[in-house]
Design a protein around this ligand. Sequence first.
Ligand SMILES: CC(C)(COP(=O)(O)OP(=O)(O)OC[C@H]1O[C@@H](n2cnc3c(N)ncnc32)[C@H](O)[C@@H]1OP(=O)(O)O)[C@@H](O)C(=O)NCCC(=O)NCCS
Length: 291
Amino acid sequence: MPSKSQPEVVIRAATPADSSICGQICYDAFSTLSAKHGFPCDFPGPEVAICILSMLFSSPGFYCVVAESEGRIVGSNGLDERSMIAGIGPITIDPAAQNLGVGRKLMQAVMDRANERHPAGMRLVQAAYHNRSLALYASLGFDVREPLSCIQGRPRERNVPGCAVRPAQPADLDACNALSRRVHGFDRGTELAQAIQQNTAIVVERAGRITGYATVLAFFGHATAETNLDMQSLIASAESFGGSGILLPSRNTSLLRWCLANGLHVVQPMTLMTIGLYNEPSGAWFPSVLF
Ligand SMILES: CC(C)(COP(=O)(O)OP(=O)(O)OC[C@H]1O[C@@H](n2cnc3c(N)ncnc32)[C@H](O)[C@@H]1OP(=O)(O)O)[C@@H](O)C(=O)NCCC(=O)NCCS
C-alpha cells in the first residue's frame, strides 16, 4: 500500500497536449538541479524545454510517458526507438515530487517498453554531478561506459587542411551508415535521414570519400568520424554548438586538448551509461544527450 508521503503514481503514454506542463517541469527540474551545483542550466528557459518535448511527444520514433499523482502530472520520460539501440531521456520530475520513487517508475516504464522490442541495448547520458540519477540508473542495471565533457565555444581554427565539410545530402546516407557500422557496430540511419531532411546534417570528405558526419553539432545531435582529424574539421566548421554543447568522450584526450587549444571551454561533465551491447567505438565520436 502506498504511504501518505508516497501517493499512488500512474504512468501513461504522453500526448502532445502534455508538452507545456512537462516542458515546464523539465525546465524547473534542470534549473533547480544545476543552480544547486553551480552549473549552467541545459535549457535557457521553459519555452525551449516545451518545444523539445512537444517534438518528442509527437514524433513516431519516440515513445514518451508521463507520471500522474493525485490527478496532476509530476514528471515525464522518453524512449528513442529509431535504431537497434534504445535511447532513454530526458527524464525529469517536478522538484516538489523528487526522491519519492517517481523517477524509478518512469525509467521502468520505458525500459519495459524497450524490452518488448528486444533492442541490442539501451543507453542514456547522465549529468555526472548528480548523485541521485547515477544511483538510480546504476541500480536499474546501467553500466558506466564513458566520461563525457560537454564543450562549447567558437573554434579558432576555421578549417583543417585536406578536409572539406559540406551539408549532407540524401545520397550520403549509405556511406555515413557504413561508417557508423564500422565505428560503432550499428547505424543511426533513421536519425541521420531526418537530420538531412531538416538541413542540419554535415559530412566531411577527405581524399575523395566521406570520413565523418554529424546530424547536427549540438547537445541533441551525434557525430561519427574515422579519425580525430576528420572530427576536428567538423568542429572547426561550426560557429557554435547547439544547446549546452557537444559531448566529447573525455578519454579522447588528444581531441580534448585540440578543442582547448582552439579556445573551446568545458561546460559540464556527463556520463554515458549502457545496458546490453556495447562496442568500444573504433573512431572519433560524440554521442547525443540521448546516447
Ligand atoms: C533524476 C530524477 C529523474 C530521479 O527521479 P526521482 O523521482 O527523484 O528518483 P527516485 O526517487 O525514483 O529514485 C532515486 C533513487 O536513488 C536513490 N538515491 C538518491 N540519492 C542517492 C545517493 N546520493 N546515493 C545513493 N542512492 C541515492 C534513492 O534512494 C532512490 O533509490 P530507491 O528507489 O532504491 O529508493 C529526478 O530527481 C530529476 O528530475 N532530477 C533533475 C533532472 C535530472 O537530473 N534528470 C536526469 C538527467 S540525467
